[in-house]
Design a protein around this ligand. Structure first.
Ligand SMILES: [Ca+2]
Length: 102
Protein backbone atom coordinates (compact mmCIF):
# COMPACT_ATOMS: atom_id res chain seq x y z
CA UNK A 1 0.00 0.00 0.00
CA UNK A 2 2.78 2.41 0.95
CA UNK A 3 4.64 1.65 -2.27
CA UNK A 4 1.51 2.46 -4.29
CA UNK A 5 1.14 5.84 -2.57
CA UNK A 6 4.78 6.70 -3.30
CA UNK A 7 4.44 5.74 -6.93
CA UNK A 8 1.25 7.81 -7.25
CA UNK A 9 2.95 10.79 -5.59
CA UNK A 10 5.95 10.55 -7.93
CA UNK A 11 3.69 10.32 -11.01
CA UNK A 12 1.66 13.32 -9.81
CA UNK A 13 4.82 15.39 -9.28
CA UNK A 14 6.19 14.37 -12.67
CA UNK A 15 2.91 15.29 -14.40
CA UNK A 16 2.87 18.66 -12.61
CA UNK A 17 6.47 19.37 -13.62
CA UNK A 18 5.73 18.61 -17.29
CA UNK A 19 2.52 20.65 -17.41
CA UNK A 20 2.98 24.05 -18.99
CA UNK A 21 0.91 27.19 -18.72
CA UNK A 22 -0.87 28.15 -21.96
CA UNK A 23 0.88 30.73 -24.12
CA UNK A 24 -1.58 33.06 -25.87
CA UNK A 25 -0.87 35.49 -28.69
CA UNK A 26 -1.90 39.12 -28.36
CA UNK A 27 -5.53 39.82 -29.36
CA UNK A 28 -6.16 41.30 -32.79
CA UNK A 29 -9.12 42.32 -34.92
CA UNK A 30 -10.35 39.79 -37.45
CA UNK A 31 -10.73 41.34 -40.91
CA UNK A 32 -12.52 40.11 -44.00
CA UNK A 33 -11.01 40.00 -47.49
CA UNK A 34 -12.03 43.66 -48.02
CA UNK A 35 -10.05 44.69 -44.94
CA UNK A 36 -13.04 45.50 -42.74
CA UNK A 37 -13.05 44.46 -39.11
CA UNK A 38 -15.62 41.71 -38.73
CA UNK A 39 -15.91 41.59 -34.96
CA UNK A 40 -15.61 45.28 -34.14
CA UNK A 41 -18.21 45.48 -31.39
CA UNK A 42 -16.90 44.26 -28.08
CA UNK A 43 -20.30 42.74 -27.29
CA UNK A 44 -20.53 40.70 -30.51
CA UNK A 45 -20.18 37.02 -29.86
CA UNK A 46 -18.07 35.03 -32.38
CA UNK A 47 -17.90 31.27 -32.46
CA UNK A 48 -15.91 29.07 -34.78
CA UNK A 49 -16.68 25.82 -36.51
CA UNK A 50 -16.30 24.11 -39.84
CA UNK A 51 -19.85 24.89 -40.94
CA UNK A 52 -19.42 23.85 -44.60
CA UNK A 53 -17.24 20.81 -43.85
CA UNK A 54 -14.30 21.92 -46.03
CA UNK A 55 -11.71 21.49 -43.26
CA UNK A 56 -11.24 25.19 -42.39
CA UNK A 57 -12.76 26.98 -39.41
CA UNK A 58 -15.52 29.42 -40.37
CA UNK A 59 -16.98 32.04 -38.07
CA UNK A 60 -20.49 32.96 -36.96
CA UNK A 61 -21.06 36.15 -35.03
CA UNK A 62 -24.05 36.99 -32.89
CA UNK A 63 -24.47 40.75 -33.33
CA UNK A 64 -25.19 42.67 -30.15
CA UNK A 65 -27.02 45.66 -31.59
CA UNK A 66 -29.61 43.81 -33.71
CA UNK A 67 -29.59 40.16 -32.59
CA UNK A 68 -28.79 38.84 -36.08
CA UNK A 69 -26.32 36.07 -36.76
CA UNK A 70 -23.72 36.63 -39.47
CA UNK A 71 -21.76 33.86 -41.18
CA UNK A 72 -18.20 34.38 -42.43
CA UNK A 73 -16.85 31.69 -44.74
CA UNK A 74 -13.13 31.03 -44.31
CA UNK A 75 -11.49 30.63 -47.72
CA UNK A 76 -8.01 29.74 -46.38
CA UNK A 77 -6.83 26.13 -46.38
CA UNK A 78 -7.19 24.21 -43.13
CA UNK A 79 -4.40 24.97 -40.65
CA UNK A 80 -3.43 28.33 -42.14
CA UNK A 81 -4.35 31.85 -41.02
CA UNK A 82 -8.07 32.41 -41.73
CA UNK A 83 -9.29 34.59 -44.60
CA UNK A 84 -12.95 35.46 -44.15
CA UNK A 85 -15.31 36.49 -46.95
CA UNK A 86 -17.88 39.21 -46.42
CA UNK A 87 -20.60 38.12 -44.06
CA UNK A 88 -24.04 36.84 -44.96
CA UNK A 89 -27.03 36.70 -42.67
CA UNK A 90 -28.11 33.31 -41.43
CA UNK A 91 -31.71 32.47 -42.37
CA UNK A 92 -34.28 30.03 -41.08
CA UNK A 93 -37.67 29.52 -42.79
CA UNK A 94 -36.94 32.46 -45.12
CA UNK A 95 -36.22 35.02 -42.39
CA UNK A 96 -32.96 36.14 -40.80
CA UNK A 97 -32.38 34.44 -37.50
CA UNK A 98 -32.67 36.98 -34.73
CA UNK A 99 -32.29 36.42 -31.04
CA UNK A 100 -32.85 38.72 -28.09
CA UNK A 101 -30.07 41.22 -27.75
CA UNK A 102 -28.83 44.19 -25.78
CA1 LIG B 1 -15.21 25.59 -43.38
Amino acid sequence: MRKTIWIAAILLLAATAWAQAPNFDYPYFVRNTAGYIVNGNVYDCPCFGDWDDDGSMDMMVGVFFNGNIQYYHNTAPAGSEPVFENSVLVYADGSPISVSYG
